[in-house]
Design a protein around this ligand. Structure first.
Ligand code: ADP
Ligand code: MG
Length: 355
């Protein structure tokens, strides 16, 4: 039995319909009483598969790459969905750049398949890369050309109107430097120009290899905002990083890679649930004492307690939180501040990459 939710063409009410593969089901809209029918596809499994897949902008299947005897990535299988920000996380040397280069057809994989927008990156590279913007790990420009001249060069290469260049330079905060040679640019400025180049031609997919490396906090924030902004316009983003906290906020899903192997893949919240990493409760108590700490330790579901001056950091389940506060007050403690913090990607990451 399969289920579909349809919209009434007349009054737009949602109607849920159940049926078998190939079955034609007669319908009457419960709101406006309009009559109609729906035919379930014969090969429903294939339909589901195809339907699901059409939603994928990047598909990686059993991808492996060896450099001589050394296997840099092994059997990676994952996908990036249309409209999402996908974080690809792992420590240095994990295989992130190798994966990205294989996705973009810049290196030839030892094994496996990559498709972008349904096009095979090896055999249909032109179509596959048509709607992709890329920020490499080591952004490079022509040092003796100005920012604007560099952008013109890439606009021509991408077959994009030169008119886009100056507005993009301005958008990425380089307006006053447009006519300066890139050779004189700081790392942060080059990174900004790299982002401007990546979004040249309004690509529908952005692949960013550690976009925040070498940036000051302001630059990190700017890039993050830009990612959110383009994503709002419907651009799918694949972003690699070894600095988790910096991209946690922007990613819908994350894949964690360690030593060339994917060790986890999910939304940040489901990953923390899977690992049963408990949220952290931070309580400030003016008259903190050993007696109070002992009482908290005895509460069921309290995992760990750290004391930091007058603040108690308690790792416990959501259910135990209320009990903890009651126990503290019973033991004579005066609670002046209370905060809860969900597990960070950092904690999840440490769990998955510990040896
Ligand atoms: N051209 C190459 N030849 C040999 N080994 C390489 C080459 N490129 C990368 N590696 C190795 O592959 C592993 C993964 O590298 P890389 O993909 O750059 O990791 P990351 O981007 O996650 O830091 C590292 O151990 C690195 O030394
Ligand atoms: Mg890298």
């Amino acid at each position: 039995m399969a289920t579909r939710t349809l919209k009434c063409p007349k009054c737009k009410t949602h109607i849920t319909v159940e049926g078998e593969p190939g079955e034609k089901v007669d319908l009457t809209c419960p709101s406006c009483k309009k009559k109609g029918f729906f035919t379930f596809p014969k090969d429903i499994q294939k339909f589901e598969l195809d339907y699901g897949k059409s939603n994928r902008v990047i598909e990686v299947n059993n991808l492996s790459k060896a450099y001589g005897a050394f296997t840099a990535i092994e059997n990676l299988t994952f996908h990036v969905k249309k409209g999402e920000v996908f974080g690809f996380l792992g420590p240095n040397g994990a295989g992130k750049t190798t994966t990205i280069k294989a996705i973009l057809g810049l290196i030839r994989p030892s094994r496996g398949l990559v498709k972008i927008n349904g096009f095979d990156i090896v055999h249909q590279i032109k179509q596959a890369k048509q709607h992709v913007g890329y920020l490499p790990e080591r952004v490079a420009f022509y040092d003796n050309l100005t920012a604007l001249q560099n952008m013109y060069f890439y606009a021509e290469l991408k077959n994009v109107s030169k008119e886009q260049c100056m507005p993009l330079i301005e958008e990425f905060g380089l307006k006053d430097h447009a006519n300066k040679r890139v050779g004189k640019f700081s790392k942060g400025m080059i990174q900004r120009l790299g982002m401007a180049r990546a979004v040249l031609g309004n690509p529908q997919i952005l692949i960013l290899d550690e976009p925040t490396v070498g940036l000051d906090p302001r630059g990190v924030l700017d890039i993050r905002e830009k990612i959110k902004e383009v994503n709002k316009k419907g651009v799918s983003v694949f972003i690699s990083s070894h600095i988790l906290s910096e991209i946690q906020e922007v990613c819908n899903r994350v894949g964690i890679i360690n030593k060339g192997i994917i060790v986890a893949m999910d939304s940040v919240s489901s990953l923390s649930q899977q690992l049963q990493i408990k949220p952290k409760l931070s309580i400030e108590i003016t008259n903190i004492s050993e007696k109070i700490i002992d009482a908290v330790k005895k509460v069921k579901d309290v995992d760990k307690i750290n004391r930091n001056g007058s603040i108690l950091e308690i790792f416990c389940s959501a259910e135990a939180r209320a009990k903890v506060v009651v126990v503290i007050e019973k033991a004579g403690g005066i609670v002046v501040n209370l905060q809860t913090k969900d597990p960070s990607l950092e904690e999840i990451f440490m769990k998955f990459t510990e040896r």
